[in-house]
Design a protein around this ligand. Structure first.
Ligand SMILES: NC(=O)c1ccc[n+]([C@@H]2O[C@H](COP(=O)([O-])OP(=O)(O)OC[C@H]3O[C@@H](n4cnc5c(N)ncnc54)[C@H](OP(=O)(O)O)[C@@H]3O)[C@@H](O)[C@H]2O)c1
Length: 285
């Protein structure tokens, strides 16, 4: 297969591109800045998913390498860590421009080719945060929830043209780079959320550092492309995160919000900004 992969310079996109190349596919990888370790046998092209001209140039160059696209795997993404109150509208815009509009833009570049071929597969990287919210990740959660709803529409519309859509919903994986986990500009020690922010971000970082194996996820995506029919959703997470997703579906919303709040922010969700010990343990960047 000829597979275009976005966000292939780092993290799960890089591991996925590697696994796809290893499975024998022709991989055309797009990102703004490749570093040395990108997979052997992968074609690398510059791509900024937020820019119309860059996406058009990528499409042109990719078609120069191979004359069609059988699958598009979209991994480009970033997040901003900040309270809802203090995430600036520009920060919301930046996350949505990349994670949601960038994804839609890439699909619009590939879909005419897939429709003409009456064949195509689109794999969109969502997240378990596309299924439930986590404190201080509102821009990211909003963008991934947008991807979830969008993908359901896309799957229904494109099925008659032979195009299949799958949402990959990873839990925490130990792969992502800090370059794409931005701290909101307002999140300094003067923030009214400073204490709970420190604690919440420490939990988020710990869970990612202890997360699942990114190579395994890459192999799962390669396996998806080998299936005759892809499922609409593939959640790839550890058992505890699968349980959290199931509870989120089953429990009344308020209960789940309290459980999640306790997990990330501590008992009673009190703002611990006066807790000097906690402030020392985890420093704000
Ligand atoms: N890692 C996890 O635990 C986890 C969990 C759930 C979901 N996910 C999802 O998996 C995907 C990969 O995340 P990650 O954390 O593994 O990787 P990451 O290290 O955060 O890498 C992000 C990738 O996105 C690319 N990117 C960012 N802005 C871009 C733009 N404007 N145009 C093109 N590419 C852009 C970056 O490349 P350049 O900067 O070179 O362009 C980089 O390759 C994301 O969609 C993320 O939401 C990850």
């Amino acid at each position: 297969m000829i597979v275009w992969v976005t966000g292939a310079s780092s993290g799960l996109g890089l591991h996925t591109a590697r696994a796809l190349a290893k499975a024998g596919h022709t991989v055309i990888a797009g990102a703004r800045s490749f570093r040395a370790e990108t997979a052997e046998g992968v074609h690398r092209l510059p791509l900024d998913v937020t820019d119309d001209g860059s996406v058009a140039a990528f499409r042109e160059a990719a078609l120069g390498i191979a004359p069609r696209v059988d699958a598009l795997v979209q991994c480009a993404g970033l997040l901003v860590l900040a309270s809802c109150e203090e995430t600036s509208l520009d920060e919301y815009r930046r996350v949505l421009e990349t994670n949601f509009l960038g994804m839609a833009r890439m699909n619009q570049a590939a879909l005419p080719l897939m429709r003409a071929a009456k064949n195509g597969r689109i794999v969109l990287f969502s997240s378990i945060n596309g299924l439930m919210g986590v404190p201080f990740q509102s821009a990211y959660a909003a963008s991934k929830h947008a991807v979830e709803g969008y993908a359901e529409c896309l799957a229904m519309e494109t099925r008659p043209f032979g195009v299949q859509v799958c949402l990959v919903e990873p839990g925490d994986h130990r792969s992502g780079s800090d370059r794409y986990r931005l701290q909101g500009a307002a999140m300094n020690g003067a923030s009214p959320y400073a204490g709970s922010f420190r604690r919440g971000v420490a939990v988020i970082r710990r869970d990612e550092a202890d997360g699942s194996d990114p190579d395994r996820l890459g192999r799962k995506v390669a396996g998806l492309l080998a299936r005759r029919r892809m499922p609409l959703r593939l959640c790839v997470a550890d058992p505890v995160q699968h349980l959290a997703v199931a509870l989120h579906r089953l429990l009344p919303g308020g209960w789940m919000a309290r459980l999640m709040g306790m997990y990330y922010l501590g008992r009673g969700h009190k703002n611990i900004s006066q807790d000097a010990e906690a402030a020392e343990r985890v420093h704000l960047r």
